[in-house]
Design a protein around this ligand. Structure first.
Ligand SMILES: Cc1cc2nc3c(=O)[nH]c(=O)nc-3n(C[C@H](O)[C@H](O)[C@H](O)COP(=O)(O)OP(=O)(O)OC[C@H]3O[C@@H](n4cnc5c(N)ncnc54)[C@H](O)[C@@H]3O)c2cc1C
Length: 475
């Protein structure tokens, strides 16, 4: 085994959305940059995504919709999005052409009303940004995972990686930007932070984001955020449906906020309509229903459209074609029996529906327990449907604690009321770890239970983090 040693100004770990953006920006700023990618291709989860780069138009909208997230990071992203769109256009990337066609064949304008949205074509985008990095004198090394960070005292001075040939690679650098995309691909970390019921979770993301950035940064004293149990995802058709990465979009149900979600006891377990984009329902399916639920609805909803994601009946039939369990019954009596046959308490389920219908018919859904605050429509027109769903985790929302410039904060030099001693004084100012930055999903607490876009964070903070790294180097 040989060890190759290289020197670079900046190392970027991960060639997904944030890492590619950071790589291009680094070359523009004249930095000698190396982008390490663990997977067999660049692009990360962005490559599998619908490519809608969106966030809220104003910081007030963002605060209202994502109240638990960090206000300053949210402001940075909301205000940085239009300049970042302009920047992408300057690279020859077209971003503003809504309405757009999704890989599922549906046409959408924006994922949620009031969003500032652009659209990229993931494969072409990945190729273009990779080429820009290489044309700018940088390199993108695939199948070259970072193993750990190199430090000198409290300063990060590079990374240790493994090359595609299995050799050790040491890269000495002034700055390292972590853009490894979260920890949703790591069963142990998921069990530790998110849910014990990992056997009832689909991964709805690239397979390589296994928390390497988080783990390496924690090993050098990085501070993490709250919301480690929260994630962005959707409910997908449950097994025996066969969910492979090329089917993430087509097997995503999307219409959960309009349906009635019940667990195996036949009971509702959350306000399905809390978020339009289904992510709170997906999280509560993991946390409150052990990852197994049924979406119940009637023919009215079957014939309806979900905002931006198309006809519900089409989603259901597409799922059935891929092996999803879809129950259909022409009467409530038959529905009850079929639910029992599927392992659900059918009597309870029908009682739940009766109670729900009574409440929503009089506009009193918010008095239910759990409440139903939005999309209050009765489920009473046969045939009745129940689709078995299981949460798909796209990315973890908790992660590294950074400042608005993407500098990773030092746990030992951050205020804390837990340990008031020399290292943990509640009055000290937060200090970053010299040389360490993060972008995209590796940053925690932009989203926290609620969601304001994933690609937008990666785009804005990918640029920001590398600009900070270059600025800090000069100072
Ligand atoms: C089906 C689907 C649909 C989506 N649709 C949308 C959408 O329309 N709009 C939206 O905003 N978001 C969407 N997303 C989410 C979006 O893709 C992510 O928020 C975004 O890609 C995050 O960017 P990132 O750079 O942080 O992570 P990623 O793009 O996932 O990149 C992380 C990269 O780091 C690499 N990596 C991990 N560990 C290491 C290591 N040790 N060394 C080197 N490299 C490493 C990974 O291989 C990966 O390439 C979707 C995701 C999916 C899966």
């Amino acid at each position: 085994m040989t060890t190759e040693i290289r020197q670079r100004d900046v190392v970027i770990v991960g060639a997904g959305m944030a890492g590619l953006v950071a790589g291009v920006r680094a070359t523009e700023l004249g930095a000698d940059v190396c982008v390490l990618e663990k997977g067999t291709r660049p692009g990360g989860s962005m490559y599998l995504s619908a490519g809608l780069i969106w966030s809220y138009e104003t910081i007030d909208d963002a605060r209202e919709n994502v109240p638990r997230g960090d206000p300053e990071l949210q402001r940075t992203i909301v205000e940085g999005l239009d300049p970042a769109f302009d920047w992408l256009e300057s690279l020859g990337v077209t971003v503003r052409e809504p309405p757009v066609e999704l890989p599922t064949g549906e046409t959408v304008v924006a994922p949620t009303p009031g969003a500032n949205c652009g659209k990229i074509e993931p494969e072409a985008f990945t190729d273009r940004l990779r080429t820009r990095i290489e044309d700018g004198g940088g390199e993108v090394l695939v199948e070259t995972p970072m193993r750990s960070l190199r430090t000198d005292g409290n300063t990060v001075v590079g990374v240790d990686a493994t090359t595609a040939d299995g050799e050790d690679l040491e890269i000495e650098a002034d700055a390292v930007v972590l853009a490894t995309g979260g920890f949703q691909g790591n069963e142990r970390l998921l069990q530790e932070y998110v849910t014990p019921a990992i056997e009832n979770l689909w991964l709805r993301a690239n397979p390589w984001s296994t928390g390497d950035g988080l783990t390496a940064a924690r090993d050098v004293g990085a501070k993490t955020t709250g919301g480690m149990e929260t994630f962005y995802g959707h409910n997908l058709a449950a097994p025996p449906a066969n969910v492979t990465p090329d089917r993430y979009l087509e097997l995503t149900q999307y219409y959960g906020p309009f349906a009635v979600a019940i667990d195996e006891r036949g009971e509702r377990f959350t306000d399905e309509s809390e978020s339009d984009l289904e992510h709170t329902l997906a999280q509560d399916t993991a946390h409150e229903a052990d990852g197994r639920a049924y979406y119940v609805f009637d023919s009215d909803l079957y014939d309806d459209e979900v905002f931006s994601m198309g006809h519900i009946g089409t989603i259901v039939e597409r799922s059935a074609d891929r092996g999803a369990e879809v129950i259909r019954a022409d009467s409530l009596e038959a529905f009850e029996e079929k639910l029992y046959a599927a392992g659900v308490d059918g009597t309870n389920a029908v009682e739940t529906l009766d109670e729900y219908n009574e409440a929503v018919r009089t506009g009193c859904g918010d008095r239910l327990d759990p409440p139903r605050t939005d999309y209050q429509r009765p489920v009473d027109t046969p045939p009745f449907y129940a689709v078995a769903v299981q949460p798909g985790i796209t990315f973890t929302m908790g992660g590294l604690h950074v400042d608005e410039g993407g500098r990773v904060l030092d746990e030992r030099r951050s205020p804390s009321t837990l340990f008031v001693d020399e290292g943990h004084d509640e009055s000290v100012e937060s200090e970053p770890i010299t040389g360490l930055y993060a972008a995209g999903v590796d940053i925690g607490n932009v989203n926290n239970r609620h969601y304001m876009g994933g690609l937008a964070n990666a785009l804005v903070m990918g640029r920001r983090a590398v600009e900070s790294a270059v600025d800090d180097r000069v100072e």
